[in-house]
Design a protein around this ligand. Structure first.
Ligand SMILES: Nc1nc2c(ncn2[C@@H]2O[C@H](COP(=O)(O)OP(=O)(O)OP(=O)(O)O)[C@@H](O)[C@H]2O)c(=O)[nH]1
Ligand SMILES: [Mg+2]
Length: 375
């Protein structure tokens, strides 16, 4: 083999068994591909107008739906403005879905359950959007690939749209981005929205605030039945599902179901007019999965009847407004140059016991307010 055809990283004394070589380039000028301006434009991704986004989403164009979500996820102020106009125009077409949050510790089987339930919903002719929050959490070390394989059939189905939602970023972070993504999916005709979130504290509260029904997945026999019966997440759940009720685990799952059912009696329900329930299922073999969906439908019927469904959605919108105001003010505060300058020394004084915390807070707020007064 001629040496000049070999890439420069091939060892100098490599013998013929080292077969890697570089194909000789074609010298002829390639015409009709990138050389003329029109083709260049075709190849470059076309910038979409607000109307392109709106019409594309309403026409259920998957590429444009994906691009609209990317627009929402952007942290640029320019994109934020366009995204808000797109959303405003889509708003009349939103709201017609059942929004379900699914939480549980890593490995509880959330994605497997979504695959099992999703396939049944597809068979019934539904359109399903799955939004996975925090798929790359530090706990799970990024399970996007895992999710793809666990939701294999769903990810191939044209009536299902799977999208990992970023868990961080500015301008509203997870709250804004996931909520707005829900609205885009609804406008595109997805009638069931499942939001998967890893059970790590704040995420669950955030997801509870954007869904109609909140499902907590637990595993029996993991030794956490009783520890799990602390308040917190359980208080947010409209149902607890003991997953992996298969094989040797069936009996343990039944025991766990009874323990959780007893514990739930002492807790306040998150939804007026509904008493949280405990079920068992096996996401792997599908047992009990259809039953969970039936119960979710019963829940929806009840809360629509007693007005809680509508009231919760209205509250959630208002909560969203206030959460965004708080977040924005906090960002302004902590990015204020005066605050950035003074904060370390004031913190030090508080830590040393030289300044009371209230004095410190008032001092900083004073600084901030004076800085933000109109001149
Ligand atoms: N035996 C049994 N195994 C299950 C069941 N559901 C899920 N698993 C297994 O449990 C493991 C974790 O499942 P996932 O669906 O990825 O769990 P997850 O809750 O989505 O996990 P994260 O996304 O990492 O938080 C996988 O190996 C699944 O095959 C079940 O019902 N029975
Ligand atoms: Mg998962």
């Amino acid at each position: 083999m001629e040496d000049k055809k070999r890439p420069d990283w091939v060892p100098k004394n490599a013998g013929k068994e080292f077969t890697t070589s570089v194909m000789k380039g074609v010298e002829k000028k390639v015409e009709n591909v990138c050389s003329n301006e029109n083709n260049m434009k075709k190849i470059k991704r076309r910038t979409l107008t607000i109307d392109d986004y709106v019409q594309g989403v309403l026409n259920k164009d998957r590429t444009i739906i994906a691009r609209a979500i990317t627009l929402i996820e952007s942290n640029s102020v320019k994109h934020l403005k366009i995204a808000q106009e797109v959303l405003k125009q889509l708003l009349p077409y939103t709201g017609n879905s059942i929004r379900v949050g699914i939480t549980g510790v890593p490995g509880a089987g959330k994605s497997t359950f979504i695959e099992a339930l999703g396939c049944q919903l597809m068979d019934q002719g539904h359109k399903l959007a799955v939004l996975a929050i925090d798929p790359s959490s530090s706990v799970t070390k990024g399970s996007i690939l895992g999710d793809k394989t666990r939701m294999e059939n769903l990810s191939r189905n044209n009536n299902c749209f799977i999208r990992p939602s970023p868990s961080s970023g500015t301008l509203g972070g997870v709250t804004r981005k996931t909520r707005e993504t829900i609205l885009i999916c609804e406008a595109a005709g997805y009638d069931i929205i499942l939001v998967e979130t890893v059970g790590v504290g704040q995420n669950e509260i955030t997801v509870r605030s954007m869904v109609d029904f909140f499902l907590l997945l637990k595993i029996a026999g993991a030794g956490d039945e009783l520890q799990g019966i602390k308040k917190g997440v359980i208080e947010l759940a409209d149902a607890i599902l003991i997953n992996k009720a298969d094989g040797d685990n069936i009996h343990r799952a039944q025991v766990a179901k009874e323990e959780f059912s007893r514990a739930l009696h002492y807790l306040k329900s998150p939804t007026r007019g509904w008493h949280p329930e405990v079920h068992t299922a096996s996401a792997i073999n599908g047992d009990g999965v259809a039953n969970v969906w039936t119960r979710i439908l019963t829940f929806c019927e009840k809360v629509k009847e007693n007005g809680v469904f509508e009231a919760r959605r209205q509250d959630q919108m208002l909560e969203w407004v206030h959460a965004m105001i708080k977040e924005h003010l906090e960002t302004l505060f902590y990015h204020n140059p005066e605050i950035l300058h003074k904060l370390p020394s004031i913190e030090k004084a508080v830590a040393k016991g030289e300044m009371p915390p209230t004095t410190a807070a008032l001092k900083l707020l004073d600084l901030f307010e004076n800085r933000n007064q109109p001149k």
